[in-house]
Structure formats: C-alpha cells, structure tokens
Design a protein around this ligand. Sequence first.
Ligand code: ADP
Ligand code: MG
Length: 257
Amino acid sequence: MAKTIAIVNQKGGVGKTTTCVNLAAALKNLGLRVLVCDFDPQANSTSGFGVDKTSSPNIYDVLLNGADPAKAVAATVYGDVLPSSKALAGASIEMIGLERREYQLRESLDQLKARYDYILIDCPPSLELLTLNALCAADTVLVPVQCEYYALEGLSDLLSTIRIVKRSLNPEIALEGVVLTMYDGRTNLSMQVAEEVKRHFPGQVYATVIPRNVRLSEAPSHGKPVCAYDALSRGAEAYDQLARELVEHNRYAVTRV
Ligand code: ADP
Ligand code: MG
C-alpha cells in the first residue's frame, strides 16, 4: 500500500512543485511505483511531466464530477500523474456543501493506494480547504524550505495547522521531513538559513540539500523531470540523493509531530 506524502508550504515559489516532480521521478528510477497527485490549480506538476494542463478527466473531475480516479491517471515514462486543472481553483467553494468535505481527496486516493509505493501530493500555496484535503489524505508531510530571508516565516502556522489536523481530522499524520531548497553554497545567507532551519527542526532536516541549479528551472519547459533533461546536473544528482535518503528513513519510523 502506498505511503502518501503531501508536499506543503503555504508560501509560493519555495520549490514544492520542483521537489514533487523530481523526487517522484528519482523514486521511480529507484524502481518504486510512484504517483504524483497534482493538487495545485496552477497544474505545474502536470505540465512538468509533459501532460497537458487541459487534459480530462483530471483531479477536479474526480472530486466533483464522480470521475474514476484510475481513469484520470496519466502514465508517462517519468512516472504516473493525476493531473490538475485550473477548475480546481473553484473546488474549495464547491466542496463546502459536501459532507466529509475534508476527506474528498483521501477517499479518491484510497482507490489508488494498492497500485503504488509512494503517492506525492503537490499542494497549492495556501492552508485552505485544498491543502486541508491533502493533509487528511496524507500519511506524512514533506516541507520544502527555500534558503532565503524569511524562510521560517509561516512555518509555525504550518506546524500548528498540522497539529490541529492531527487532533481533529487525521490522527496518524506525521512530519516526513524538511528539505532545504535553492541552496547557494557561495552565500552566507544560504548557510545561515540552513543552520537556523536545522535548529528549529532538530533531526528533521534532510542531509541532502537541493542546490540552486538552472537545469531544475529549465526542465519544466521541456515537460520533463531533471533526470530526463540533464541526468548529470547537480539538480538531478541532488534529487536522486534525496530519494535515497527518504527511502532509507522509511526503513525506520518517521518522527511524529
Ligand atoms: P512552488 O511549487 O513552491 O511554488 P516551484 O517548485 O514552482 O515552487 O519553484 C519556484 C521557481 O523556482 C520555479 O521557477 C522553479 O523552476 C524554480 N526553482 C525551484 N527549485 C529550484 C532550484 N533548486 N534551483 C533553481 N531554480 C529552482
Ligand atoms: Mg507549485
């Protein structure tokens, strides 16, 4: 049965989608069965796998039009993706009237869990109903943190949201880990931020740090994860390392929040 990991940070531009696409492809290269559930209406993970953003059925059709989740999955050579759609932006409002509205995504993904080892959910930059659905569907939360000023800003809100979800909606949820992204070893700032994040999350920050690497920002425009775009780049190497570290951690129990 798949382990479901939500990739969450309510800040935009911190590397959620980049981590989702490239970690998924790296896990697949390790021989694991992986599904990316694109849960951001911007659908950048969808196009990052070379899948058309306007394809249908998509996650919106699954949640609100009763589409079969298995039929919505697009299989690519880099991994499987449950595509998003800009219609998802309206889904939070449309779901308000539903019973068990926080569990809609969970109920859909439950139907796919037997087919995969990992399901990664790429979340939108907010802590509202879509992200709440992702937190209810997830076993764990992976938090990308950009090595920039204000990196820690908002993380206490994120942690308190996770605690509330744990108390009231999903008692099993845990923190998978924190990954430092866009690290630039030439700047003191990156090093200082990395130290600060490690102090804040002792034992929960991956040893693998994702460097700032232009290949990572170019790959999406080719509709490929970085390992297929430039396998020898530092970005590809870093996500391969992160995948190995994550798999290794999962041989042991993960930290509880
Ligand atoms: P989010 O999903 O959190 O909004 P993205 O993954 O879309 O963030 O990243 C924001 C922007 O930064 C994108 O243009 C992406 O290509 C770029 N980017 C992300 N990670 C890196 C990195 N390690 N090196 C260089 N560019 C990156
Ligand atoms: Mg994104």
